[in-house]
Every structure is written in C-alpha cells, then in structure tokens.
Design a protein around this ligand. Sequence first.
Ligand code: ADP
Ligand code: ADP
Length: 225
Amino acid sequence: MSLIELENVAKSWGNTTALQAVNLRIEPGSFCVLLGPSGCGKSTTLRMIAGLDTPSSGTVRIDGRDVTHLPPAERGIAMVFQNYALFPHLTVADNIQFGLQVRKLPKAECMQRLQQTAELLGLTALLDRKPGQLSGGQQQRVALGRALVARAKVCLMDEPLSNLDAQLRQEMRAELRELQQRLGLTVVYVTHDQAEAMSMADQVVLLHQGHVEQCARPRDIYAQP
Ligand code: ADP
Ligand code: ADP
C-alpha cells in the first residue's frame, strides 16, 4: 500500500488554479522529488500533504487514512523548510527539542531522543550554541534534527538546500539521502533543480502547470518518446 496518496487533488484561489487534478502515490521508505519550474504547483502539492492548505476538491490519504481535513499536527508528518525556521534566541538543543516540549513528552524521553538525534547528525558538540553561531550546513542539520526527533514517518522538504553554496549543497544531498535510507524515512522533496532531483530521487514527479506530467524513476524520466 502507498504511504501517501493524492486522488484528484485540485486547488484554486479565485481565478488562479494552482493544481488541476493531481494523482500521486508515494511508497513507504522512498525518496520522492517534486520537480518543475517556478509556479508549477510544487509547494502547493506539498502543502496539501502537510495540511497547511485544504484542497478545493479531491482526497489526501496518509497510511490509508483520509487526512484531507485533518490539521498538520494530526498527520504524523514533519517539515523542513528552505529558511530553516530556527528560533534565533534558542540553543541548538532547544531548537531540536521544541516540538517534543510542546507535545509534553517526559523529560527523560526528550533527553534521550535529543542525544540520539544530535549524534546521528554530528551536532553533539554544538548543542549549547545559538543558530547564529553555526554555518549554513549546521543550521540545515538542526532543522533536520527537529524533524527527525519527532520520529515522523514522513518528512516533507521544500527546497531545504537552496540557501547553501554549491559545494555544501552537494555534500548535504548525499548526507540527506544516506540518512533517509538508514532511517527508512519517506521523504517528499521539492526542488526546481533537475540535477538535484536526478541525483536524489527514487521517484521523480514532474509537475507542469498544476498537473503531473511524468512520474518515473530518474533513469526513465526522459526515456519516453
Ligand atoms: P511552485 O512551488 O512550483 O513554485 P506554487 O505551488 O507555489 O508553485 O504555486 C502554484 C501557483 O499557485 C502559482 O501560480 C502561485 O502564484 C499560485 N499560488 C500559490 N499559493 C497561492 C495563494 N495562497 N494564493 C493565490 N495563488 C497562489
Ligand atoms: P515557493 O517559493 O515555495 O514557491 P512562494 O514564495 O511562492 O513559495 O509562496 C510563499 C507563500 O505565499 C505560500 O504560502 C503561498 O501559498 C503564498 N502565495 C504564493 N503565490 C501567491 C499568490 N499569487 N497570491 C497569494 N499568495 C501566494
């Protein structure tokens, strides 16, 4: 069974149609990249999965459950954004733990998860710093840590590497992919960068003017006549 399923998902605002009738299935443990030029509907598709927006029509399912009208917090998903969305006045540790504290998890459990996550991402020595004292790549890891610490099955990422320079972006691609495979995460990843999509994806979803133009493994994506 697919972990994420969009069935005829459409979205309009007044005269603007962002999505026409998107049908999409994403398998558990896979790395799915939504690819296409600016304005083709990538972010809107991601927001539909996240629950940050409601479709005008159609159905969103996660793990077989109709979540179309559920808020983000009830969908078992985590999100990583382009601008990291870190709190500048909080330490790395508190930034990572933020969601756990909000959910009122026991302190010992929070601490254990924090340490595990920090170790996984090589952040153990940086836990007392503030985001402003970190490099771009380190900040990106903290944002990832915040998603991972919640143990969500699904991680949604909107251009998470686009603020990094080319060299670091290359490194983080490999790192992210390795982590995704090791943890068996299901990732839905938005980018307009074709090379990035081809190097990372199990499944590339090519969007064009609000509909899915192609959906294939990277090596098959341009193979059609
Ligand atoms: P992408 O992520 O591929 O750049 P988006 O999903 O952000 O594309 O946007 C798709 C289309 O929907 C664009 O034409 C955009 O201007 C429009 N759009 C997105 N969000 C809104 C909104 N809140 N209100 C009106 N139009 C929107
Ligand atoms: P992205 O860079 O991911 O495509 P944008 O910067 O286009 O996102 O959009 C950021 C926010 O503005 C989103 O919440 C999106 O829904 C909204 N938005 C995008 N386009 C429009 C638009 N034409 N009118 C109103 N809101 C929009």
